[in-house]
Write a protein that binds this ligand. Structure first.
Ligand code: SF4
Length: 470
């Protein structure tokens, strides 16, 4: 998962991109970067770390020009190091081009092998670089034609922003896995993974960039071109369950309202007698409010989160993840003591965090602890840009709900059904990807990509090749 932001034709391009990335920090906390252009050349600043630490006034003042694109990264393909920080910038026959990417390409390994066999030298281990190599090698006469040709060769999830010396280009894969929306500010066009980035800079949300489309913004002119095709969209439902900020519009829907409906559906499907509904902050908050209102059981902030610790799920290293769990939550004993507590969380991946939290709530004096999860059991890994662990680490892939309940030492455990989730997100037809809950992957895997149904071991090996553990 990553966050991308772009702006065209604005004298404060770099500053507004900096602010936009700040709003998208939750989508990636490993590295960040901005490229800007002033119709003569491109300027780039990128480094490991958070947006607030990487950019200072001096760095922003060097990012000249009225066009800019930026990126916040966490690694789902390629290592976590500065070489993989984006935007990635190349010089080719189409001039200097910078690229930001959110998503994962499922045929990146085979494309890379093929390019390397033809003499290509890669600067990074990120799948994103494959796009630039294909672009640079294209025999097409224009950058746009080369991009269209290149996007027809890559498979998987991509929301892209490209920058040249005078143009900002956006592109979204035909399945629409990852979000990308268009806004306006004082006559300038802005692009962002989520609309919360527009709110911060007082830009107006205009619409989603349609899947399959390339959008070219030069000055005030916008051109939209359809170059790709898919039988239907498969937007990532996990964006609404977990990843996106609740104050964002994602896929044209307010995330907060969706999560509230998930909580309400969870309460209808899985009632239990209790005294308190307690969210696991922050991502369980909206569903807990919905559960409380639907069930009539009082809501209480029985767990307080230390906001200066990163999200445990997002950290790529196991050591940091374990450390994070220990320090990020603290129970409010006065609220929990003697109470029958319903804990609401938005996902249960390995079960290790849930077990610690249940234990913590019991130690704070809770009489009963019932766990409710506002999505179905996660049984399959994601290959489209979300860093879910390997299948064998997903506790629900090999354990029943009863076994998981015993494992996390809760009095009861229940999940929202798939039907309940789809209804909460107002899904139309099969517009959403739900592969992590069903194991049904929406795109055929390319040659050489293991069949998820056949071999768990092959899947793990494939994952390891995408995201090597140091
Ligand atoms: S597999 Fe899950 S996380 Fe990945 S794109 Fe599909 S719904 Fe989203």
């Amino acid at each position: 998962m990553c966050g991308i932001f772009g702006i065209a034709n604005n004298s404060d391009a770099a500053t507004l991109t900096h602010l936009g990335l700040y709003a998208l920090q939750h989508r990636g906390q490993e590295s960040t970067g901005i490229s800007s252009s002033d119709s003569e050349q491109l300027y780039t600043h990128k480094a490991m770390g958070h947006v607030a630490d990487v950019f200072d006034e001096a760095a922003l003042s060097r990012l000249k020009g009225s066009n800019a694109i930026g990126h916040t990264r966490y690694s789902t393909a390629g290592d976590s190091n500065e070489g993989n920080a984006q935007p990635i910038v190349v010089n080719c026959s189409f001039g200097t081009v910078a690229l930001c990417h959110n998503g994962n390409l499922i045929n990146a390994v085979s494309l890379r092998q093929s390019l390397e066999s033809q003499g290509a030298i890669f600067q990074s281990t990120a799948d994103t670089e494959v796009i630039l190599h294909l672009l640079a090698r294209s025999q097409q006469g224009t950058l746009l034609d080369a991009l269209a040709e290149c996007l027809m060769q890559v498979q998987g999830a991509f929301s892209l922003l490209l920058l040249t010396k005078d143009t900002v280009i956006a592109a979204r894969d035909p399945y629409g896995f990852r979000p990308l929306c268009l806004g306006k500010i004082n006559g300038s066009h802005v692009l962002a993974s989520e609309s919360c980035a527009f709110d911060l800079i007082n830009a107006q949300y205009v619409r989603e960039i349609e899947p399959s489309k390339i959008l070219v913004i030069r000055g005030e002119q916008v051109q939209s071109i359809k170059v790709l095709h898919a039988p239907h969209t498969t937007k990532c439902i996990f964006e609404h369950v977990y990843f996106s900020r609740p104050d964002s519009l994602v896929f044209g829907r307010t995330v907060q309202a969706t999560r509230d409906r998930m909580g309400r559906a969870l309460a209808r499907e899985n009632p239990v007698e209790a005294d308190l509904v307690v969210p696991i902050p922050d991502s369980g908050m909206a569903a807990a409010v919905g559960y409380s209102q639907e069930s009539g059981i009082p809501f209480a902030m029985g767990l307080i989160r230390n906001h200066y610790v990163g999200r445990t799920f997002i950290e790529p290293q196991r050591a940091i993840r374990n450390f994070g769990v220990k320090v990020k939550l603290n129970p409010v004993r006065e609220l929990l003591a003697g109470k029958r507590v319903i804990l609401i969380d938005d996902s249960l991946v390995r079960g290790t965090t849930s077990r610690k939290i249940v234990k913590m709530v019991r130690a704070a004096g809770a009489k009963e602890v019932h766990m409710r999860i506002s999505c179905p059991p996660t049984i399959s890994p994601c290959f489209y840009g979300v860093d879910t662990p390997a299948k064998k680490e997903l506790v629900a892939s090999s354990h029943t709900v009863e076994e998981i309940c015993k494992n996390i030492e809760a009095d009861s455990l229940a999940y929202l059904s798939l039907g309940g989730l789809l209804e909460a997100v107002n899904a139309k037809g099969n517009e959403f990807c739900t592969a992590c809950y069903t194991g049904k992957y929406p795109i055929d895997f390319p040659d050489g990509f293991p069949d998820a149904r056949e071999s768990e071991r092959q899947l793990d090996l494939w994952e390891a090749s995408l995201n090597p553990v140091p």
